[in-house]
Ligand binder design. Structure first.
Ligand code: HEC
Ligand code: HEC
Length: 209
């Protein structure tokens, strides 16, 4: 009798846990394979100047994971003297290609990270928007960076520091993986100040998903 009561109580305690839905597999992998440490909760709270990943294109996400893992995509150095891509490269042996696909699929369906505009200075934002049109960024990334060609990166609403760093490093040939060379003519005549304007502007554009 006592055992029966005990069991019933134990069952009652266990029930809510059992009734809770297991997180999607992509999310579990994102947590257990350490991605969350750098890219933040649900790929929306990345640390330092690291990129948010929520809502990016699935194929783009997968390609970049593979290129960072293989070393095809590299970056400038951090304050310790290592490429910023190094920490991620060092953990990519933890994921198989199938797991990368599962993570990419999950991330691509999430709503984009909340906006953190680089500035609220209206004159700067307008100048950035003008420069974006003038340098024909929309051919590949869509109006205001919101509607990229299929399998291209979504740049609207990304973090300012990350956007600026990537534009500089694409311009200077530091990041040269995949089809990124196609963009060099559009950025090669831009100064770091021009790039700052573009990054301020793009980081202020809300993407609806
Ligand atoms: C130690 C930190 C760290 C960890 C852990 C890490 N990343 Fe990254 N990741 C980065 C950094 C830094 C970049 C950007 C590199 C640069 O600045 O060029 C990046 C870039 C990316 C990109 C490309 C984003 C874009 O817009 O081009 C994807 C996709 C990505 N990471 C996915 C993952 C996944 C999935 C995991 C877990 C399997 C992971 N990362 C683990 C630091 C990390
Ligand atoms: C001819 C096509 C093309 C044009 C025009 C172009 N880009 Fe790109 N852009 C790319 C490609 C390709 C990549 C790398 C991603 C990939 O391989 O899919 C990229 C990457 C980027 C990234 C890094 C995204 C990330 O998540 O890491 C930023 C930021 C960016 N472009 C901004 C711009 C801006 C601003 C302009 C205008 C000055 C511009 N691009 C013009 C093709 C283009």
């Amino acid at each position: 009798m006592r055992t029966a009561v005990f069991l019933a109580a134990a069952m009652a305690l266990a029930m809510p846990a059992m009734a809770q839905e297991a997180p999607p597999e992509g999310k579990s992998l994102f947590l257990t394979k350490t991605c969350v440490a750098c890219h933040g909760k649900d790929g929306s709270k990345a640390i330092l100047g690291y990129p948010n990943l929520a809502g990016l294109d699935k194929t783009y996400l997968l390609t970049q994971m593979k290129d960072i893992a293989s070393g095809a995509r590299t970056s400038g150095k951090d304050e310790r003297g290592y490429p910023r891509t190094q920490g991620m490269k060092d953990i990519m042996h933890l994921v198989t290609e199938a797991e990368m696909t599962t993570i990419a699929d999950w991330l691509s369906k999430l709503p984009p990270a909340p906006l953190k505009p680089g500035t609220d200075d209206a004159a700067r934002l307008e100048a950035g928007a003008k420069l974006y049109d003038k340098t024909n960024c929309k051919t590949c990334h869509g109006p205001q960076g919101t509607k990229p060609l299929p399998t291209y990166s979504l740049i609207a609403g990304q973090k300012k520091a990350y956007l600026a760093q990537q534009m500089v490093e694409i311009r200077d040939g530091v990041r040269a993986n995949g089809r990124v060379k196609a963009m060099v003519p559009n950025v090669k005549n831009l100064t770091d100040d021009d790039i700052g304007l573009l990054a301020d502007f793009l980081s202020s554009v809300q993407v609806k998903k």
